[in-house]
Ligand binder design. Structure first.
Ligand code: OSB
Ligand code: MG
Length: 370
């Protein structure tokens, strides 16, 4: 694969609503759009690093720096045949998974476009349609969350995930169950807001038939999660704690979780996501694709990885129009039926970039050549 040019563009896209989690809130989405040019095609991906180091240690600035200073020079200095070579090339650089993933993902898109196949097929997936859920943030009141649950259930989303934090948890889940019943596929995401001191709250939550509790404990823990899992019948799902297939192997071995949320950016790319998927499948651990408030470019990547067979639980990839007035892909990523997205059949990610929209949102850009 000959790479002729790489462009980084930092975009700021206003969100249609305030998205709050236990670690902070987002009003304007900041991302780095990566475009990799080669042999008449262009591959796209986005960095999901956030502006501040609160979800993980990376930021927009660190991702840009790592790409500019280390990762792009490696790509220009070493010939690559397939996207798997990129994974090997980046391996000596410690962590910085979101920076690596943004470049690796763009090269996967470029590779599948050069082959004339969809990214989903290039990854080995064979679904034509995927089921999706929605992640609802923390709101000032329980009633405001209830109103959102009602709206998104009406849109047919197949999983309702609500964000919780100490003081905004059991009462919220009880109210959702009371209003919408026990059959709603419901889960809670704590984003590491609890410790083992809160085990009684977790045991309370255990009574509500949740599909899972996502990342209740520390972002770097798998030991206490294993202890907690032994106290609960609700499966624990790990998000922040899993950065690699090795992390996944250890968590499974310890019994730290029953489910894993795969975020392509968090684990360094599509190649590592596939490895985690395969390991989990071999151990009977279902996976689903988490969201990082992506633009349509990231959403398209999420759709592609979700076509692998062990993605049996609906992910966080909701429709673009929930988030943006105008997405950066043409026509946005929209539901084709209640709670369902189509897997594009065209080459690569299967969505065309809306260059006019990109132009409206871009704050800074830089080109790199061999
Ligand atoms: O923990 O899953 C998370 C957004 C930003 C950072 C972390 C998380 C999230 C979400 C949003 O839950 C999911 C979405 O993209 O809608
Ligand atoms: Mg999460």
């Amino acid at each position: 694969m000959k790479i002729e040019r790489i462009e980084l563009q930092q975009l700021h896209i206003p969100l249609r609503f305030r998205f709050e989690t236990s670690f902070g809130y987002t009003l304007v989405k900041e991302l780095i759009l990566v475009s990799v040019y080669g042999e008449g095609e262009v591959g796209y991906a986005e960095s999901v690093a956030m502006p501040d180091p609160y979800y993980n240690e990376e930021t927009t600035e660190t991702a840009w720096h790592m790409m500019e200073r280390f990762l792009i020079p490696k790509l220009f200095a070493n010939p690559i045949e397939t996207p798997e070579d990129v994974d090997r090339l980046f391996a000596p650089v410690r962590r910085n998974y979101m920076a690596k993933s943004a470049l690796e993902g763009a090269i996967w898109d470029l590779y599948s476009k050069q082959k004339g196949i969809s990214l989903a097929r290039a990854l080995g997936g064979d679904k034509a349609v995927i089921d999706v859920g929605i992640s609802i943030g923390i709101e000032p009141t329980v009633d405001q969350v209830l109103a959102k649950v009602e709206r998104h259930l009406a849109e047919g989303y197949k999983k309702i995930k609500v964000k919780i934090k100490p003081g905004f948890d059991v009462e919220l889940i009880r109210a959702i169950r009371k209003q919408f019943g026990d059959d709603v596929p419901l889960m809670a995401d704590a984003n590491s807001a609890y410790t083992m001191e809160h085990v009684d709250i977790m045991k309370e939550l255990d009574h509500y038939g949740l599909m899972m509790i996502e990342q209740p404990l520390a972002h770097d823990d798998i030991i206490d999660h294993a202890k907690l899992q032994r106290e609960l019948s609700t499966p624990i799902c790990l998000d922040e704690s899993i950065h690699s297939v090795e992390d996944a192997r250890k968590a499974i071995e310890l019994g730290s979780c029953g489910i894993i949320n795969i975020k392509v950016g968090r684990v360094g790319g599509l190649t590592e996501s596939k490895r985690i998927h395969d390991l989990c499948q071999a151990h009977g651990i279902p996976v689903w694709c988490g969201g990082m408030i992506e633009s349509g470019v990231g959403r398209a990547h999420n759709i592609a990885i979700t076509t692998l067979p062990n993605f049996t639980i609906p992910g966080d990839t909701a429709a673009s129009s929930r988030y943006w007035e105008e997405d950066i892909v043409e026509n946005g990523v929209e539901l084709i039926a209640p709670g369902q997205l189509a897997v594009p059949e065209g080459p690569g990610i299967g969505y065309a970039l809306n260059k006019r929209a990109v132009g409206n949102y871009v704050l800074r850009s830089q080109n790199f050549r061999p």
